[in-house]
Design a binder for this molecule. Sequence first.
Ligand code: SAH
Length: 409
Amino acid sequence: MNDADAQRVGAALSGLGFCGRAEPEEADLIVLITCVVRQSAEDKTIGRLESLKGLKRRHPSTMVAVMGCLVADPATLRERFPWVDGFFRPSDVDGLVDLVRQRFAPETAPALPAERTPVSVSIPISMGCDHHCTYCIVRLRRGSQQSRPAGEILRETREAVQRGAREIVLLGQNVDAYGHDLPSQGLNLAGLLSQVHDTDGLLRLRFLTSHPGEMTEELISAVAGLSRVCPHLELPVQCGDDVVLRRMGRGYTREQYSSLLSRIRQRVPGCSIATDIIVGFPTETREQFEATADLVTAERFDSVHIAKYSPRPGTPAALLADDVPQDEKERRHRILEELQTRISQEINSTYMGRTVEVLVEGRHRGRWRGRSATNKLVFFDHDADWMGELASVEINWAGPWSLRGTVKG
Ligand code: SAH
């Protein structure tokens, strides 16, 4: 979401004549796009804001703007960080652009051509979320779900592809519920996927994040039946124990989650699955944690994003004692990391000798970097310009986080 906001802010600012700078000291304008989903993310943001205070003293004309989930109560933030010129809620690109216009009178600056359009462009399809997961601050900061009209999404897709994008990633906190709040439009995510799918020149289509309680058979059929929709799903499970799942307010059991996965795997053979897990939710016992480790062992996810629980202000779980000690959270985190590293390595090793289609997104340390349809990061050496192309790569090295190979002629 924040990457997508950053892309949009970047495009709007280059339209006003701004270009990117590597060093904050050289910038006329600094925009921080903030995340507060965990305390550690919030701490990082605050640290960054504190360090900008000195910069602002040295360069008083530099404009500092803060956007994103940190911005719940601008008045309080203004008091706490008086050196910040403006606070904007998540995705409020227009608000930011208005202030920048006032400040810099950019009618004097020629609009610059936008920087090269990324091969993979993310397009938000809904803002906010209607779930009430007890640990989660997102709904408090981004509000309830507001789907964007399909017409806007299709237009942005066409424009992005015309500018050179080859992959579109449809984004939302819970994309499976797309359209529920726009009943007159009569379009759900499966319908939206099939419309976006038909965009001329589009090679790949992805969407995230899904909710296990809302992934319908119709959506699974869309993934199975639409050739450009990648066989890769982001399906956060959060925990493998039913009591904890209920306390988290997730709305499904472990059994329901596992049966969903087996239906997906039946309908979309080879579908890769990524998940999120929280360890150390209040009252989580060692046995309950073991149930999560069992689930990870049994389901063999392609990747798992593991977070240590941290209480977020205003959420129902923050009223519970945060009673799993920090070192125990770290132990559970480490156990799952080690387990998943082994599983990811095993899964990736099955790619050895296979040829995969890689959509090339850029260069990294002298190599081409791209992704397989199953979202595996793939590197290869080659002299030709592969940017934005599909390369057939024969895999000859596999690690837990990436693959390497050679282009087949
Ligand atoms: N709707 C999005 C939520 C984004 S938050 C989604 O379902 O992915 C991304 C991840 O952060 C969540 O899946 C969860 O694993 C983690 N997370 C959210 N709140 C958290 C908290 N209070 N402590 C630790 N991890 C949390």
